[in-house]
Design a binder for this molecule. Structure first.
Ligand code: PRT
Ligand code: ZN
Length: 210
């Protein structure tokens, strides 16, 4: 029988909840932190442990059949995948934030300003939709320190509790997108009987939590 592959985050904010979800689906596997692949002993499935940024493309290209990843990462990588199920964890918002005393009050005030982000694709679309012409500065981490260093006028970053913004003297200003972890699959995999079985198990785990 064909074995499915599901890609989940190797370590980070989504790892633990992804593993827990799969275990709650009755799947039995070793959660070796050091290995890239773990076979499931009681279902024709292998688990691939990857950087979250790689998951959408691996799924689009069929290296993995399924994946668990944040919607923010999917939108940023602009892949063509099937959305199978929202998973209710990893919730956060991609927000624009400005320094406390920035003189920015409306989206239009961002015209001609610079915005630091790790999400240039999503931000560019948002600015276009809102008719704002701002310069996007793409940086890979510690976006929130950029206004304090004089590198940008504003930032666009993920927020969950808001503590990081606050401690850097930044105020959330506008929501760009909401995100949570989702189960995705390569196009066409929705028809596969094993995938249907797995989605049903995931849905009954989610229902039991309601
Ligand atoms: O190593 P790898 O590339 O796999 O992981 P990563 O470091 O890129 O991602 P990771 O583990 O930090 O996040 C994985 C996913 O979790 C993200 O893509 C989101 O979908 C989701 N998520 C949920 C978050 C947050 N909440 C979150 N708060 N991702 C990041 N943050 C960061 C944010 O960037 C900011 O630096 O947490 C900080 C703000 O948190 P608060 O609570 O102070 O607001
Ligand atoms: Zn990442």
């Amino acid at each position: 029988m064909k074995t499915l592959k599901i890609a989940i985050q190797k370590s980070g904010r989504l790892n633990e909840k992804s593993v827990e979800l799969l275990k709650n689906c009755g799947l039995s596997f070793e959660n070796y932190k050091s290995s890239l692949i773990s076979p499931v002993s009681n279902f024709p499935l292998e688990i691939l442990f990857l950087r979250d940024d790689d998951i959408p493309e691996y799924v689009q290209d069929g290296i993995a059949d399924l994946g668990i990843v944040g919607e923010n990462v999917i939108n940023e990588t602009e892949v063509e995948v099937a959305y199978l199920q929202k998973l209710g964890f990893g919730k956060c918002s991609l927000k624009l934030a400005i320094p406390n005393k920035g003189g920015i009050e409306a989206l239009a005030d961002l015209n001609g300003k610079s915005i630091a982000t790790s999400y240039p694709v999503i931000l560019r679309k948002f600015l276009e939709q809102n008719g704002v012409a701002a310069e996007i500065r793409t940086i890979s981490g510690s976006v929130e320190i950029s206004p304090g260093l004089g590198l940008s006028d504003a930032i666009c970053d993920l927020v969950s509790t808001g503590g990081t913004l606050k401690s850097n003297g930044l105020i959330p200003f506008a929501d760009v997108m909401h995100s949570e972890a989702v189960l995705i699959g390569r196009k066409g995999i929705e028809e596969d009987p094993l995938t249907i079985e797995l989605i049903q198990r995931v849905q009954s785990v989610l229902r039991a939590k309601e």
